[in-house]
Design a binder for this molecule. Structure first.
Ligand SMILES: NC(=O)c1ccc[n+]([C@@H]2O[C@H](COP(=O)([O-])OP(=O)(O)OC[C@H]3O[C@@H](n4cnc5c(N)ncnc54)[C@H](O)[C@@H]3O)[C@@H](O)[C@H]2O)c1
Length: 338
Protein backbone atom coordinates (compact mmCIF):
# COMPACT_ATOMS: atom_id res chain seq x y z
CA UNK A 1 0.00 0.00 0.00
CA UNK A 2 1.27 3.48 -0.91
CA UNK A 3 1.71 5.49 2.26
CA UNK A 4 1.57 9.27 2.29
CA UNK A 5 4.31 11.15 4.09
CA UNK A 6 2.49 13.60 6.32
CA UNK A 7 3.52 16.40 8.68
CA UNK A 8 1.54 18.31 11.27
CA UNK A 9 1.90 21.90 12.49
CA UNK A 10 0.24 22.57 15.85
CA UNK A 11 0.28 19.97 18.60
CA UNK A 12 -1.92 21.66 21.17
CA UNK A 13 -5.30 20.53 22.47
CA UNK A 14 -6.46 19.68 18.96
CA UNK A 15 -3.15 18.92 17.21
CA UNK A 16 -2.30 16.18 19.69
CA UNK A 17 -5.61 14.46 18.93
CA UNK A 18 -5.02 14.74 15.16
CA UNK A 19 -1.46 13.44 15.52
CA UNK A 20 -2.71 10.41 17.46
CA UNK A 21 -5.38 9.70 14.84
CA UNK A 22 -2.84 9.99 12.01
CA UNK A 23 -0.23 7.88 13.79
CA UNK A 24 -2.39 5.14 15.30
CA UNK A 25 -5.55 4.95 13.19
CA UNK A 26 -4.81 5.84 9.55
CA UNK A 27 -2.64 3.08 8.04
CA UNK A 28 -2.35 4.96 4.71
CA UNK A 29 -0.18 7.56 6.49
CA UNK A 30 3.34 7.88 7.83
CA UNK A 31 3.36 10.83 10.22
CA UNK A 32 7.00 11.76 9.67
CA UNK A 33 7.33 15.34 10.99
CA UNK A 34 5.79 17.69 13.53
CA UNK A 35 6.08 21.39 14.28
CA UNK A 36 5.10 23.44 17.32
CA UNK A 37 6.42 26.50 19.12
CA UNK A 38 5.91 24.64 22.39
CA UNK A 39 8.90 22.36 23.29
CA UNK A 40 6.78 20.20 25.63
CA UNK A 41 4.53 19.32 22.71
CA UNK A 42 7.51 18.41 20.54
CA UNK A 43 8.77 16.14 23.34
CA UNK A 44 5.38 14.42 23.29
CA UNK A 45 5.67 13.87 19.51
CA UNK A 46 9.15 12.39 19.92
CA UNK A 47 8.41 10.22 22.93
CA UNK A 48 4.87 9.05 22.36
CA UNK A 49 4.71 8.98 18.56
CA UNK A 50 8.36 8.29 17.76
CA UNK A 51 8.62 11.27 15.39
CA UNK A 52 12.28 12.14 14.93
CA UNK A 53 11.76 15.16 12.65
CA UNK A 54 10.47 17.78 15.09
CA UNK A 55 10.70 21.52 14.48
CA UNK A 56 9.88 24.83 16.09
CA UNK A 57 10.27 26.50 12.69
CA UNK A 58 7.59 25.64 10.10
CA UNK A 59 9.65 26.89 7.12
CA UNK A 60 12.49 24.62 8.14
CA UNK A 61 10.20 21.58 8.38
CA UNK A 62 8.83 22.24 4.89
CA UNK A 63 12.37 22.63 3.53
CA UNK A 64 14.07 19.72 5.31
CA UNK A 65 11.53 16.88 5.10
CA UNK A 66 10.17 15.14 1.98
CA UNK A 67 6.38 15.33 2.38
CA UNK A 68 3.11 14.72 0.52
CA UNK A 69 0.76 16.61 2.83
CA UNK A 70 0.59 18.81 5.89
CA UNK A 71 -2.10 19.14 8.55
CA UNK A 72 -2.45 22.73 9.79
CA UNK A 73 -3.76 22.47 13.34
CA UNK A 74 -2.04 25.58 14.61
CA UNK A 75 -3.82 28.48 16.29
CA UNK A 76 -6.39 30.22 14.09
CA UNK A 77 -4.26 33.34 13.56
CA UNK A 78 -1.65 31.17 11.75
CA UNK A 79 -3.92 29.10 9.47
CA UNK A 80 -3.76 31.26 6.32
CA UNK A 81 0.04 31.66 6.51
CA UNK A 82 0.62 27.97 7.18
CA UNK A 83 -1.76 26.87 4.38
CA UNK A 84 -0.14 29.19 1.82
CA UNK A 85 3.38 28.04 2.74
CA UNK A 86 2.29 24.39 2.55
CA UNK A 87 0.81 24.88 -0.92
CA UNK A 88 3.90 26.72 -2.15
CA UNK A 89 6.03 23.82 -0.86
CA UNK A 90 4.08 21.53 -3.21
CA UNK A 91 1.93 19.83 -0.55
CA UNK A 92 -1.72 18.90 -0.13
CA UNK A 93 -3.00 20.89 2.84
CA UNK A 94 -5.69 20.19 5.41
CA UNK A 95 -6.50 22.95 7.91
CA UNK A 96 -8.70 23.07 10.98
CA UNK A 97 -11.47 25.67 10.92
CA UNK A 98 -11.76 28.60 10.46
CA UNK A 99 -9.80 29.34 7.28
CA UNK A 100 -9.01 32.83 8.65
CA UNK A 101 -10.87 35.56 10.46
CA UNK A 102 -10.98 38.10 7.63
CA UNK A 103 -12.43 37.83 4.15
CA UNK A 104 -9.22 39.32 2.77
CA UNK A 105 -7.04 36.55 4.26
CA UNK A 106 -9.47 33.87 3.01
CA UNK A 107 -9.44 35.29 -0.51
CA UNK A 108 -5.63 35.37 -0.45
CA UNK A 109 -5.56 31.64 0.35
CA UNK A 110 -8.09 30.97 -2.42
CA UNK A 111 -5.96 32.92 -4.92
CA UNK A 112 -2.80 30.98 -4.02
CA UNK A 113 -4.66 27.64 -4.07
CA UNK A 114 -5.90 28.43 -7.59
CA UNK A 115 -2.24 28.36 -8.73
CA UNK A 116 -1.88 24.78 -7.46
CA UNK A 117 -4.89 22.95 -8.95
CA UNK A 118 -3.30 19.52 -8.47
CA UNK A 119 -2.95 19.98 -4.71
CA UNK A 120 -5.86 19.78 -2.28
CA UNK A 121 -6.51 22.70 0.06
CA UNK A 122 -9.24 21.74 2.51
CA UNK A 123 -10.72 23.32 5.63
CA UNK A 124 -12.31 20.81 7.99
CA UNK A 125 -15.84 21.49 9.18
CA UNK A 126 -16.12 18.39 11.29
CA UNK A 127 -19.86 18.29 11.80
CA UNK A 128 -20.43 17.53 8.10
CA UNK A 129 -18.66 14.21 8.78
CA UNK A 130 -20.70 13.27 11.85
CA UNK A 131 -22.90 10.31 10.85
CA UNK A 132 -26.05 11.87 12.36
CA UNK A 133 -25.53 15.21 10.58
CA UNK A 134 -24.80 13.38 7.33
CA UNK A 135 -27.91 11.23 7.75
CA UNK A 136 -29.98 14.37 8.34
CA UNK A 137 -28.53 16.07 5.25
CA UNK A 138 -29.37 13.02 3.10
CA UNK A 139 -32.95 13.15 4.48
CA UNK A 140 -33.27 16.86 3.67
CA UNK A 141 -31.89 16.27 0.16
CA UNK A 142 -34.39 13.44 -0.34
CA UNK A 143 -37.24 15.82 0.55
CA UNK A 144 -38.14 14.04 3.81
CA UNK A 145 -39.11 17.30 5.59
CA UNK A 146 -40.27 19.22 2.55
CA UNK A 147 -38.59 22.56 1.98
CA UNK A 148 -36.29 23.49 4.90
CA UNK A 149 -36.90 27.10 5.99
CA UNK A 150 -35.36 27.36 9.48
CA UNK A 151 -32.14 26.12 11.09
CA UNK A 152 -31.69 26.46 14.83
CA UNK A 153 -28.14 25.57 15.83
CA UNK A 154 -25.97 26.01 18.86
CA UNK A 155 -22.39 25.44 19.96
CA UNK A 156 -22.18 25.24 23.70
CA UNK A 157 -19.11 24.40 25.78
CA UNK A 158 -19.00 23.27 29.37
CA UNK A 159 -18.27 26.05 31.85
CA UNK A 160 -15.12 24.33 33.10
CA UNK A 161 -13.02 25.47 30.11
CA UNK A 162 -14.29 29.09 30.05
CA UNK A 163 -11.39 30.53 32.02
CA UNK A 164 -8.84 28.81 29.75
CA UNK A 165 -10.68 30.31 26.76
CA UNK A 166 -10.12 33.91 27.93
CA UNK A 167 -6.48 33.78 26.72
CA UNK A 168 -7.58 31.82 23.63
CA UNK A 169 -9.71 34.76 22.38
CA UNK A 170 -6.62 36.70 21.28
CA UNK A 171 -5.85 34.03 18.66
CA UNK A 172 -9.25 32.49 17.87
CA UNK A 173 -11.05 35.57 16.55
CA UNK A 174 -13.69 35.40 19.30
CA UNK A 175 -16.82 33.39 19.95
CA UNK A 176 -18.45 33.88 16.52
CA UNK A 177 -15.38 32.79 14.52
CA UNK A 178 -14.44 30.07 16.98
CA UNK A 179 -17.83 28.57 17.92
CA UNK A 180 -20.55 29.74 15.52
CA UNK A 181 -18.52 29.24 12.34
CA UNK A 182 -19.64 25.58 12.63
CA UNK A 183 -23.32 26.54 12.89
CA UNK A 184 -22.99 28.98 9.99
CA UNK A 185 -21.51 26.23 7.83
CA UNK A 186 -24.35 23.88 8.77
CA UNK A 187 -27.06 26.48 8.14
CA UNK A 188 -25.62 27.22 4.66
CA UNK A 189 -25.42 23.46 4.00
CA UNK A 190 -28.98 22.65 5.07
CA UNK A 191 -30.65 25.76 3.63
CA UNK A 192 -28.66 25.82 0.37
CA UNK A 193 -28.22 29.58 0.35
CA UNK A 194 -25.95 32.41 1.51
CA UNK A 195 -26.64 34.64 4.49
CA UNK A 196 -28.00 38.08 3.58
CA UNK A 197 -28.52 39.90 6.91
CA UNK A 198 -27.52 39.22 10.53
CA UNK A 199 -28.41 40.63 13.93
CA UNK A 200 -26.21 39.49 16.84
CA UNK A 201 -26.64 40.16 20.54
CA UNK A 202 -25.03 38.82 23.71
CA UNK A 203 -22.65 39.66 26.51
CA UNK A 204 -20.16 38.52 29.10
CA UNK A 205 -22.79 37.46 31.63
CA UNK A 206 -20.68 35.16 33.77
CA UNK A 207 -17.04 36.01 32.97
CA UNK A 208 -16.52 39.80 32.58
CA UNK A 209 -12.97 39.11 31.31
CA UNK A 210 -14.48 38.19 27.94
CA UNK A 211 -15.92 41.72 27.65
CA UNK A 212 -12.50 43.16 28.48
CA UNK A 213 -11.10 41.04 25.63
CA UNK A 214 -13.79 42.47 23.29
CA UNK A 215 -15.71 39.19 23.28
CA UNK A 216 -18.65 37.50 25.01
CA UNK A 217 -19.50 34.31 26.87
CA UNK A 218 -23.04 33.95 25.47
CA UNK A 219 -24.31 35.17 22.08
CA UNK A 220 -27.34 34.82 19.82
CA UNK A 221 -27.81 35.70 16.14
CA UNK A 222 -30.74 35.75 13.77
CA UNK A 223 -29.98 35.42 10.06
CA UNK A 224 -31.98 35.85 6.87
CA UNK A 225 -30.71 34.01 3.80
CA UNK A 226 -30.83 35.08 0.15
CA UNK A 227 -33.62 32.52 -0.48
CA UNK A 228 -35.57 34.09 2.46
CA UNK A 229 -35.01 31.13 4.80
CA UNK A 230 -33.89 31.78 8.40
CA UNK A 231 -31.36 30.66 11.00
CA UNK A 232 -31.18 31.25 14.74
CA UNK A 233 -27.68 30.55 15.98
CA UNK A 234 -26.32 30.78 19.51
CA UNK A 235 -23.16 29.99 21.45
CA UNK A 236 -22.29 29.63 25.09
CA UNK A 237 -19.12 29.14 27.09
CA UNK A 238 -20.97 28.68 30.38
CA UNK A 239 -23.10 25.53 30.25
CA UNK A 240 -23.10 23.55 33.49
CA UNK A 241 -24.35 20.32 31.86
CA UNK A 242 -21.53 19.68 29.35
CA UNK A 243 -20.87 20.17 25.62
CA UNK A 244 -24.47 20.81 24.62
CA UNK A 245 -24.11 21.26 20.85
CA UNK A 246 -27.03 20.43 18.55
CA UNK A 247 -28.94 21.51 15.44
CA UNK A 248 -32.57 21.52 14.37
CA UNK A 249 -33.75 21.78 10.76
CA UNK A 250 -37.40 22.76 10.28
CA UNK A 251 -39.11 22.19 6.93
CA UNK A 252 -42.58 22.55 5.45
CA UNK A 253 -43.28 18.84 6.13
CA UNK A 254 -41.27 18.00 9.24
CA UNK A 255 -38.40 18.71 11.57
CA UNK A 256 -35.05 16.99 12.14
CA UNK A 257 -33.30 17.32 15.48
CA UNK A 258 -29.63 16.33 15.39
CA UNK A 259 -27.82 15.47 18.59
CA UNK A 260 -30.54 16.78 20.87
CA UNK A 261 -30.41 16.20 23.78
CA UNK A 262 -26.60 15.99 23.86
CA UNK A 263 -26.79 12.87 25.98
CA UNK A 264 -23.62 10.89 26.74
CA UNK A 265 -25.48 7.65 26.02
CA UNK A 266 -28.97 6.11 26.18
CA UNK A 267 -28.96 5.56 29.93
CA UNK A 268 -31.53 7.37 32.06
CA UNK A 269 -30.68 7.75 35.73
CA UNK A 270 -33.52 7.64 38.26
CA UNK A 271 -32.23 8.88 41.63
CA UNK A 272 -32.63 11.56 44.32
CA UNK A 273 -32.19 14.27 41.63
CA UNK A 274 -35.10 12.96 39.54
CA UNK A 275 -34.98 11.35 36.08
CA UNK A 276 -32.00 12.46 33.98
CA UNK A 277 -29.37 11.70 31.35
CA UNK A 278 -25.73 12.76 31.56
CA UNK A 279 -24.40 15.14 28.90
CA UNK A 280 -21.26 14.66 26.76
CA UNK A 281 -18.37 16.51 28.37
CA UNK A 282 -16.32 17.98 25.49
CA UNK A 283 -16.46 18.55 21.72
CA UNK A 284 -14.05 15.62 21.34
CA UNK A 285 -16.40 13.29 23.21
CA UNK A 286 -19.21 14.34 20.88
CA UNK A 287 -17.33 14.43 17.56
CA UNK A 288 -14.41 11.99 17.95
CA UNK A 289 -15.75 9.66 15.24
CA UNK A 290 -16.38 12.60 12.88
CA UNK A 291 -12.80 13.88 13.36
CA UNK A 292 -11.50 10.45 12.38
CA UNK A 293 -13.80 10.18 9.34
CA UNK A 294 -12.85 13.71 8.20
CA UNK A 295 -9.12 12.97 8.47
CA UNK A 296 -9.50 9.64 6.68
CA UNK A 297 -11.57 11.27 3.91
CA UNK A 298 -8.86 13.89 3.24
CA UNK A 299 -6.20 11.18 2.96
CA UNK A 300 -8.40 9.06 0.68
CA UNK A 301 -9.16 12.11 -1.50
CA UNK A 302 -5.40 12.45 -2.11
CA UNK A 303 -4.89 8.74 -2.76
CA UNK A 304 -7.91 8.45 -5.06
CA UNK A 305 -7.39 11.79 -6.85
CA UNK A 306 -10.84 12.90 -5.62
CA UNK A 307 -11.99 16.45 -4.76
CA UNK A 308 -13.56 16.84 -1.31
CA UNK A 309 -17.19 18.00 -1.21
CA UNK A 310 -16.38 21.04 0.93
CA UNK A 311 -14.55 23.82 -0.91
CA UNK A 312 -12.33 26.71 0.18
CA UNK A 313 -15.12 28.99 -0.97
CA UNK A 314 -17.44 27.35 1.63
CA UNK A 315 -14.87 28.20 4.29
CA UNK A 316 -14.59 31.79 3.02
CA UNK A 317 -18.37 32.22 3.16
CA UNK A 318 -18.40 30.96 6.76
CA UNK A 319 -15.75 33.53 7.68
CA UNK A 320 -17.62 36.35 5.93
CA UNK A 321 -20.73 35.50 7.97
CA UNK A 322 -18.82 35.12 11.27
CA UNK A 323 -17.23 38.52 10.65
CA UNK A 324 -20.67 40.05 10.11
CA UNK A 325 -21.92 38.41 13.35
CA UNK A 326 -18.94 39.96 15.18
CA UNK A 327 -19.52 43.41 13.70
CA UNK A 328 -23.24 43.28 14.44
CA UNK A 329 -22.54 42.32 18.08
CA UNK A 330 -19.88 44.99 18.55
CA UNK A 331 -21.76 47.80 16.80
CA UNK A 332 -25.23 46.83 18.02
CA UNK A 333 -26.86 46.94 14.61
CA UNK A 334 -28.18 44.79 11.80
CA UNK A 335 -25.52 44.01 9.18
CA UNK A 336 -26.35 43.46 5.53
CA UNK A 337 -23.76 41.18 3.94
CA UNK A 338 -25.16 41.15 0.42
N1 LIG B 1 -13.38 21.61 14.96
C1 LIG B 1 -13.45 21.82 16.26
O1 LIG B 1 -14.43 21.49 16.91
C2 LIG B 1 -12.26 22.46 16.94
C3 LIG B 1 -12.13 22.34 18.33
C4 LIG B 1 -11.02 22.92 18.93
C5 LIG B 1 -10.10 23.62 18.18
N2 LIG B 1 -10.28 23.72 16.83
C6 LIG B 1 -9.33 24.50 16.01
O2 LIG B 1 -8.04 23.91 16.10
C7 LIG B 1 -7.03 24.92 16.08
C8 LIG B 1 -6.06 24.67 17.22
O3 LIG B 1 -6.76 24.78 18.41
P1 LIG B 1 -6.17 24.25 19.81
O4 LIG B 1 -7.27 24.32 20.77
O5 LIG B 1 -5.43 22.99 19.60
O6 LIG B 1 -5.11 25.42 20.15
P2 LIG B 1 -3.84 25.34 21.12
O7 LIG B 1 -3.60 26.73 21.56
O8 LIG B 1 -4.00 24.26 22.12
O9 LIG B 1 -2.66 24.88 20.14
C9 LIG B 1 -2.14 25.75 19.14
C10 LIG B 1 -0.93 25.09 18.52
O10 LIG B 1 -0.45 25.94 17.47
C11 LIG B 1 0.97 25.97 17.56
N3 LIG B 1 1.47 27.20 16.92
C12 LIG B 1 1.04 28.47 17.11
N4 LIG B 1 1.77 29.33 16.37
C13 LIG B 1 2.67 28.56 15.70
C14 LIG B 1 3.72 28.86 14.77
N5 LIG B 1 3.98 30.11 14.39
N6 LIG B 1 4.45 27.83 14.29
C15 LIG B 1 4.21 26.57 14.68
N7 LIG B 1 3.24 26.22 15.55
C16 LIG B 1 2.48 27.21 16.05
C17 LIG B 1 1.25 25.93 19.04
O11 LIG B 1 2.59 25.56 19.28
C18 LIG B 1 0.24 24.88 19.49
O12 LIG B 1 0.80 23.62 19.28
C19 LIG B 1 -7.76 26.28 16.16
O13 LIG B 1 -7.69 26.91 14.93
C20 LIG B 1 -9.19 25.94 16.51
O14 LIG B 1 -10.14 26.77 15.85
C21 LIG B 1 -11.33 23.15 16.21
Amino acid sequence: MKKLKVAIVGLGRMGEAYAKNLHYKIPQVDLVAACSINPTELAFAEKELGITNTFSDYDRMLKDVALDAVFVISSTDMHATHIIKGLKAGLHVFSEKPLAITEEACKKVEAVAANYPNQLAVVGFVRRFDPSYKYAKDKVDAGAIGKPYLVRSQTVDKDTIAEWQIQYVTKSGGIFHDFNVHDIDLARWFLGSEIKTVWSIGGAYKYPAFATAGDADNVMTTCVFENNTMAVINASRTAMQGHDTYTEVVGTHGTLRIGRPAAMNRVEIYDQYGIRQECVETFWDRFEQAFFLMTEDFINCILEGRQPALTLSDATQATIAATAFTTSFKEGKLITIR
